[in-house]
Write a protein that binds this ligand. Structure first.
Ligand SMILES: N[C@@H](CCC(=O)N[C@@H](CS)C(=O)NCC(=O)O)C(=O)O
Length: 219
């Protein structure tokens, strides 16, 4: 029996592949590991049964036999360590790929999330207009640095790895913001990630959950 992950029963992103179970689905698809998905409502996420899996009452979680994990980064790293294909075999390359996973989650994602949270919850506040340019500048700083390092390479450090999987999903959170377009190499990088068959399968599976909730209207 394969692992079971949790995902939104009704995703606020309406199936655009932004909810963080997408990272876990993509990793499992890359390594060819079948998995089950348990869909949870917001109320279920905050209930004790789910909090036993994730104390913060969030998705995704991952259960496999006796092991229960939370945090998308930890889950993807676990998958990458158990299967071949997502991390280099050579020790130094493996360590660098893990460093890039951390960079995606702890250096690049925070300013992106802070900006989008401000758009969501601070739009009507008196400080929104003054604060937003500063938040966008912080995002641009990271994108410029990342784009400078990526250069003309296809992936962050040699072959595609869990580092790219993580970075692409983080950058995708900027879709629709109008910010990414100034960094063509990052747009191409995201497109390379999205073109991977494993990404497409993961995306389709997540979208199918949303589509099942809202069947097309009939006349
Ligand atoms: N750092 C966590 C963040 C998890 C997270 O923010 N999950 C979101 C969905 S993408 C969630 O459950 N939001 C609902 C909530 O926080 O109530 C991870 O990477 O797994």
């Amino acid at each position: 029996m394969g692992p079971t992950i949790t995902a939104f029963k009704s995703s606020p992103d309406r199936g655009r592949g932004l909810a963080r179970d997408m990272r876990v689905r993509w990793a499992l698809e890359e390594v060819g590991q079948p998995y089950d998905v348990r869909l949870v409502t917001f109320a279920e996420m905050k209930a004790p049964t789910h909090r036993a899996l994730n104390p913060f009452g969030q998705i995704p979680t991952y259960e496999d036999g006796d092991l229960a994990l939370f945090e998308s980064g930890a889950i993807v790293l676990h998958i990458a360590e158990r299967h071949s294909g997502l991390l280099p075999n050579e020790a130094a390359g493996r360590a660098r790929a893990i460093a890039w996973m951390f960079a995606a989650l702890s250096t690049v994602e925070p300013p992106i999330v802070e900006r989008s949270m401000a758009v969501l919850v601070e739009r009507d506040t008196p400080w929104f207009d003054a604060r937003q340019p500063m938040l966008e500048d912080r995002v641009r700083t990271r994108l410029a640095e990342l784009s400078g390092r990526l250069g003309d390479a296809d992936w962050l450090d040699g072959a595609f790895s869990a580092a790219d999987l993580m970075m692409v999903t983080v950058l995708r959170r900027l879709a629709g913001s109008g910010i990414l377009e100034a960094y063509p190499s990052l747009c191409a990088y995201i497109a390379r990630g999205e073109a991977r068959p494993a990404y497409q399968r993961a995306f389709d599976a997540q979208l199918a959950v949303f589509a099942a909730l809202s069947p097309p209207a009939t006349c």
